[in-house]
Design a protein around this ligand. Structure first.
Ligand code: PHE
Length: 449
């Protein structure tokens, strides 16, 4: 199997690709406004804690499974637990990946439109900006065109394969992204009055921690580290034996967290410097920030950098989800890579368009009280992701042998595995309980605290 499959070519390449999958709109668009809405530093501390303590072992688990099987996510469970029904996790992961693409690519399209708009410059009038955003998302044409453009760009990269498409593009795009965020953060920090934003980000007010904050932070950590959707399993299956899984996963978690904090630093100080309330919600990136950029010298250039940054972050994540589905089609259904990706393109184009239209013409078409966009988001983030994550840790903790986990984590004894006992304890007990709790409470079935 190892010989016929494409593999990553270098350690740096795997690392940048995996970080590319993890760092996405979740870090740049969602994280800053979640921090704003949930009281700043206290929320960040929770996010850090969940990422390091709970989610890192889950990421180890996904790496162990994928690297061991050297297969797509469905094949992984078939190979590791033959003759059982665990392959269901594989199907679930393929479904979650698709479902995420159905709304993610729409927001990816928005970043293209806004990068374009930033060249012309934004108005500094809130009313104009709000109208601009709501008219744009409700239009039946532009969001769909942008969405298809975004999807097309991502699909073309995946057609190139693991080494020449995915790894190569992440190797170029991720350092570029880091540079862009650092530049934006430095600019924001030099604005008069920016210190208040920094204090908001780093001085915790623990009275702000409520059950809702805890749950929001946990859900955010899961989504932003791309866990529970088969992405890490699939990418891990393209890594070689020599890859140190523990180091790779730990560095990925740290980098994703660092990107989130940097994104916070690029946004919050500017929000405070302009005396805007940080609790703006999801309009932060598309309404509040353009208003700030409009008032800054070289604002158009900064806005352009910001939206291209968002686009880069989104593309490197979208390709990971497309790869999950494409790897399944090529290895299990024996379709060619090109055909597989064309099929993914068509399916996402159709459902993504429904999502895009659900803010305009299809506004009144709802299921369970939600339009298509919200429905896909809710279904993926609040239901399928936690179930996927839960099943993965149960599988790693209880179904496969401990010796196998140890062997993979240490790459066949090559590397030392620090805290193996603690990792297994989290995988077996802490993670399943914690994930079950978030899941049940996000469905409103139990009330924590
Ligand atoms: N981690 C990604 C993010 O933060 C989530 C994601 C992964 C989205 C894969 C799409 C595909 O944006």
């Amino acid at each position: 199997m190892e010989k016929t499959r494409d593999h990553f070519s270098s350690q740096l390449g795997v690392f940048l690709t995996v970080v590319g999958a993890a760092v996405g709109l979740g870090n740049f668009w969602r994280f800053p406004y979640m921090v704003g809405m949930h009281g700043g530093a206290a929320y960040i501390i929770m996010y850090l804690l969940f990422a390091m303590v709970l989610c890192m072992p889950i990421m180890f688990s996904e790496f162990v499974l994928g690297r061991r099987s050297q297969r797509n996510v469905f094949g992984t469970f078939k190979v590791l637990a033959p003759g059982t029904g665990w392959w269901g996790i594989g199907i679930l992961s393929v479904a979650v990946s698709l479902c995420i693409l159905f709304f993610y690519c729409v927001v990816g399209g928005w970043t293209i439109e806004y990068a374009y708009q930033s060249i012309r410059g934004f108005s500094s009038d809130v009313q104009v900006l709000e109208n601009n955003f709501s008219t744009f998302v409700a239009s039946p044409v532009r969001p769909i065109v942008c969405h298809l453009l975004f999807l097309g760009m991502s699909a073309v990269i995946v057609v190139g394969g693991i080494k020449k498409g995915i790894e190569k593009s992440c190797k170029i795009l991720m350092p570029l992204l880091l540079l862009m965020v650092i530049l934006l953060a430095i600019r924001a920090l030099f604005l008069p009055g920016s210190m208040e934003g920094v204090i908001f980000l780093f001085k915790p007010d623990f009275s702000k921690i409520t059950a809702e904050t805890v749950l929001a932070a946990l859900g955010q950590t899961f989504f932003s580290l791309s866990l529970g959707m088969g992405v890490m399993i699939t990418y891990a299956s393209y890594t070689k034996r020599e890859t140190n899984i523990v180091k790779m996963s730990a560095n990925t978690c740290l980098s994703a967290v660092a990107f989130s904090v940097l994104a916070g630093l690029a946004v919050m100080p500017a929000v405070f410097a302009f005396g805007i309330s940080p609790t703006e919600g999801s309009g932060l990136a598309f309404i509040t920030l353009p208003r700030i950029f409009a008032q800054l010298p070289f604002g158009s250039a900064l806005a352009f950098i910001f939206f291209i940054g968002l686009l880069v972050a989104a593309v490197t994540s979208a390709i990971s989800s497309i790869e999950v589905v494409a790897a399944y089609f090529t290895e299990e259904l024996k379709w060619t890579r090109r055909t597989s990706i064309v099929i993914v393109f068509i399916v996402v184009a159709i459902f993504g368009s429904l999502s895009a239209l659900s803010m305009g013409v299809l506004k009144d078409v709802t299921l369970f009280g939600k339009g298509f966009f919200d429905l896909f988001d809710y279904l993926a983030s609040n239901i399928l992701l936690p179930i996927g994550g839960l099943l993965v840790v149960i599988f790693t903790g209880w179904v496969i042998k401990k010796a196998v986990v140890k062997e993979e984590l240490s790459s066949g004894g090559r590397y030392r595995v620090p805290f193996f006992g603690a990792i297994m304890f989290i995988v077996k007990f802490v993670a399943p309980v914690a994930i079950s709790l978030i899941f049940l409470s996000s469905l409103g079935l139990i009330k924590l605290f």
